[in-house]
Design a protein around this ligand. Structure first.
Ligand code: SF4
Length: 445
């Protein structure tokens, strides 16, 4: 009989993908469940990029203790960035844990479970190898259909922004073999009917630059776009310093590459950008934005912003607001700075008080709300192409999908056969987080 696997995933899309890889690695002996009480294996895939999700994780692990008391055979494991960061310390803090699998170690989950079965002792896999090869993990199960999927193209980061824990918990930048990327993408399209693939990496723009004989990221996009049956390609995340004109050209000219880029700005003051070790100035950032808009006027740009980085003055912060007004980001993910283990910025003495960070975050939110509103309103009356992803969660009578520019569009239709189709929708209303439209016609099914 198949056992049951419950996975709780915190954090970014990379973590979502890693959880999916684990599910596939265990698919011949475990089926997924949404109910942790009936699980034989509980995994918590963790994020340590910010302080808040890390704290949430600790209360989550505590919650599962009672299940273990009721069911002693239950295996509980932690994977991802906190597992990598804390290793053995997690076992000391939570003695009922069986598994600690780091950001490379989770690929060895099958052997870890074997060891637990044979020896009955907890297992920790947290080695980070510089020459690690990201394995090709393909599902053998039949009948799974989905519209979109992630494909990891690289892992780790070499940039060492002074606030960021990623290089310490995901290791140095490693690009995955292009033939493995293509094979995985092709399988997703052919076997699961995937129409849209999002390529994942901490810094996709530097894909293949360290590995001899690999294509660069622009070339990789062109290669993937040759897969028949694949309609759309997205990617995330791009570091502004590595965004080349060659890539911008592919973005504008290749019809399968979506007209959206996530380009984290982080701060608008050159002094703060330098302290963050971002390796670009605001002027250089604006040059990249101009280049993007010259080649591809319809491009949507989204961004990340950190408020209250150590030493950020009111003037520095106002420069961030100014940049938001100039660039007109479609959306911004904004965060209050928090000290992270291992990083340089945690040692900076001039921390910004928490109430100031709070107030700055509110100002970023309210400015961005107004900018997003005006961008969304500019869609009203236009016809847009939407890849239909499924029923709307809020209203099951509506279908939902995204434009190439990554805006969510909901529209009424009883036709479930449109899920997975590319349709034309006329936009009639702009909400805070999505657009509402009327179905016009099917473009591709
Ligand atoms: S580029 Fe900077 S922020 Fe992004 S993952 Fe690397 S170190 Fe972290």
């Amino acid at each position: 009989m198949m056992k049951k696997l419950y996975i709780k995933t915190f954090g970014c899309q990379m973590n979502e993908k890693d959880s999916e890889q684990v599910r596939i690695l265990l698919e011949d002996s475990y089926v997924k469940t949404e109910n942790p009480e009936e699980a034989d294996l509980i995994l918590i895939n963790t994020c340590s990029v910010r302080e808040k999700p890390e704290h949430k994780l600790y209360s989550e692990i505590g919650r599962f203790k009672e299940y273990k008391l009721k069911k002693p055979d239950l295996i509980i494991g932690v994977m991802g960035c906190v597992a990598q960061q804390e290793g053995q310390a997690l076992l000391q803090r939570f003695p009922y844990l069986d598994l600690v699998l780091g950001t490379q170690g989770f690929y060895s989950i099958r052997s870890a479970l074997e060891i637990i079965k044979e020896k009955g002792s907890p297992v920790i896999f947290t080695d980070l190898k510089e020459n690690f090869e990201i394995p090709l993990v393909l599902s053998k199960s039949k009948g799974v259909r989905r519209v979109k999927a992630f494909v990891t193209i690289m892992q780790g980061c070499d940039n060492f922004c002074t606030y960021c824990i990623v290089p310490y918990v995901r290791g140095r930048e490693i690009s995955r073999a292009p033939e493995d990327i293509l094979k995985e993408a092709e399988e997703l399209v052919v076997k699961e009917g995937v129409r849209e693939i999002t390529l994942l990496g901490q810094n996709v723009n530097s894909y293949g630059l360290k590995e001899r004989g690999y294509p660069d990221f622009a070339e990789l996009l062109d290669l993937i776009s040759q897969i028949e049956g694949l309609w759309r390609i997205r990617f995330t995340t791009s570091h502004p310093k590595d965004l080349s004109e060659k890539l911008i050209k592919v973005l504008s000219e290749n019809p399968k590459v979506c007209k959206h880029i996530h380009l984290p700005l982080q701060a608008g003051s050159n002094r703060i950008l330098k302290r963050m070790n971002r390796k670009y100035t605001k002027e250089e950032y604006l040059e990249k934005v101009s280049l993007l808009r010259n080649y591809c006027p319809e491009i949507a740009i989204t961004s990340d912003i950190i408020v209250g980085f150590p030493g950020e003055t009111e003037e520095d912060f106002e420069e961030t607001l100014e940049m938001m007004k100039i660039v007109q980001f479609q959306e911004v993910f904004s965060f209050k700075y928090s000290d992270r283990p291992f990083t340089l910025a945690r040692k900076y003495p001039d921390k910004v008080p928490s109430e100031v960070k709070e107030e700055r975050l509110r100002r970023v939110h309210s400015l961005q709300e107004a900018i997003t509103k005006s961008i969304y309103e500019s869609y009203i009356g236009k016809e847009v192409e939407v890849l239909v992803e499924g029923r709307s969660e809020k209203d099951p009578n509506k279908l939902t999908g995204r434009t190439s520019t990554n805006v969510v569009v909901n529209f009424s239709s009883p036709r479930l056969d449109l899920i997975g189709a590319l349709v034309k929708v006329k936009i009639v209303e702009a909400g805070k987080h999505s657009l509402r439209g009327q179905y016009v016609e099917s473009l591709r099914v």
